[in-house]
Design a protein around this ligand. Structure first.
Ligand code: GUN
Ligand code: ZN
Length: 435
């Protein structure tokens, strides 16, 4: 059945491309009194209110669902390019860096997903919280249990979300109750692909946890599947922490780098998304860019776990696709607005600070591009799926005070990125409809 037409009035910002380090103004469109006209869940037109509405017959307009958000910022739905839904319950676990954090907190939490009801309750909670934070698409790690993917995709499907998810593949260096095998991991992944991939807006992402927890045999089997199915995604972790990197070197002495492990087994290519990518050489960045692989920049996680400072400027200058990510539960918030603030802080440790014009690109179209979903989401080009978020510039007294003292759009967008958070989210819409 056709959805009701939707008309939105507000301050509309969306991106046509990456503004780049020079903030190219041709990269975005901003309509201070804008209209977004949505037919059957897809963008029909966007532009100045007067122009868009002049083209609407009165009876068509009257039949539409109208959302008056004048004075509020309307953006494409935020895109979280790397999150672990089973880790909502370990956010804020004290005192460990990556490898100890996994052993002490994360693996025990994931082991509880052997119980389907834990997976179901967590999936419902996380989908609800993503939407409350303005995130409409994410690339999601489940656990090693196949049914953890069923739980997540069921919850996402019920809300009509465009989501990527996959069962974690992990056949060594982990607790017995979280270990699969090369054969079972492959069979489970294949069954989940059959069940879920391409159903509605859902897509399957092959999910080897990271090189240390998969045997060569498992990496090989996963690479074969990925190479045979260019419609699938693949997600894993890369170069997050010095101890992790040293471990990979010890486990794969025959490979020239951490990235080379993935490249060798056929896990590097378009639609592969690597979390973190902090400690990479220029050659590894160039190889990722040439392969069309993407990095998920996870600032709150990188600070919380003491992992290091991702070099956004160098990564994008090398031609890599980069998306923004919370990495909950290494990350400390579901909010991509807070995450942008921390991305800025990290960018200050390198040569080029992350500008607001580029920051909001990163949280929207940049994420869609990192996930190779820009044909469907990420901006308001006609035909795109109408997922969007409405933000209140003045959701807190501090924001209101600061906004009163700004002159330009860039200043306001920057203040929002630094002072803003989920309190700014007024409404989240999926395929036009408010959720
Ligand atoms: N590397 C391997 N597994 C994980 C994980 O769950 N979180 C993070 N941040 N890094 C990882
Ligand atoms: Zn992660």
């Amino acid at each position: 059945t056709k959805k009701q037409d939707v008309l939105v009035r507000g301050q509309i910002l969306h991106y046509l491309t990456d503004p780049g380090p020079g903030d190219d103004p041709a990269a975005w469109e901003y309509f201070d009194d804008g209209a977004l006209w949505i037919v059957d869940g897809h963008v029909q037109s966007v532009g100045p209110w007067a122009v868009v509405t002049a083209n609407l017959a009165p009876q068509v307009r009257e039949a539409a669902s109208f959302h008056d958000h004048r004075g509020k910022l309307v953006l494409p739905g935020l895109v979280d390019t790397h999150i672990h839904y089973p880790q909502a319950g370990v956010i804020g676990s004290f005192g460990r860096q990556l490898l100890d954090w996994l052993n002490d907190y994360t693996f025990p939490a994931e082991a509880r997903f052997a119980d389907y009801s834990e997976a179901e309750r967590s999936a419902a909670f996380v989908v609800d919280r993503l939407l409350a934070h303005g995130t409409t698409t994410a690339s999601v790690f489940a656990t090693v249990h196949a049914h953890s993917v069923d739980a997540f995709f069921s919850a996402a499907e019920a809300k009509g979300l465009r989501m990527l998810c996959g069962k974690v593949l992990m056949d060594r260096h982990c607790p017995d109750n979280l270990r699969d095998s090369a054969a079972s991991g492959r069979a489970d992944s294949q069954a989940l692909i059959e069940r879920w991939h391409g159903r509605g807006r859902l897509g399957y992402s092959l999910t080897p946890r990271f090189a240390p927890t998969s045997t060569r045999e498992q990496l090989q089997a996963t690479g074969e599947l990925f190479q045979a199915r260019p419609d699938l995604h693949l997600q894993t972790h890369l170069a997050e922490n010095p101890a992790e990197i040293a471990w990979v070197q010890a486990l794969f002495p025959e490979r020239s780098s951490y990235l080379d492990v993935y490249a060798h087994y056929g896990l590097l290519g378009p639609r592969s998304i690597y979390g973190h990518c902090i400690h990479l050489s220029p050659a590894e960045r160039a190889d990722m860019a040439a392969a069309g692989a993407a990095a998920a920049f996870c600032p709150t996680s990188n600070l919380f776990l003491g992992s290091g400072f991702f070099d956004y400027a160098a990564s994008t200058a090398a031609g890599m696709r980069v998306g923004l990510a919370t990495d909950v539960g290494g990350g400390t918030s579901f909010s991509l607005i807070r995450t942008l603030g921390q991305a800025y802080a990290i960018s200050q440790t390198h040569a080029t600070p992350l500008s607001p014009m580029r920051g909001w690109y990163l949280a929207t179209l940049g994420g869609a591009r990192a996930l190779y979903l820009e044909a469907h989401i990420g901006n308001f080009q006609p035909g795109h799926e109408a997922d969007f978020v409405v933000l209140d510039w003045a959701a807190t007294p501090e924001l209101a005070w600061r906004m009163d003292r700004t002159q330009t759009l860039a200043e306001r967008l920057f203040a929002l990125m630094i002072l803003g958070d989920e309190r700014c989210v007024v409404a989240t819409h999926v395929m036009g409809e408010r959720v």
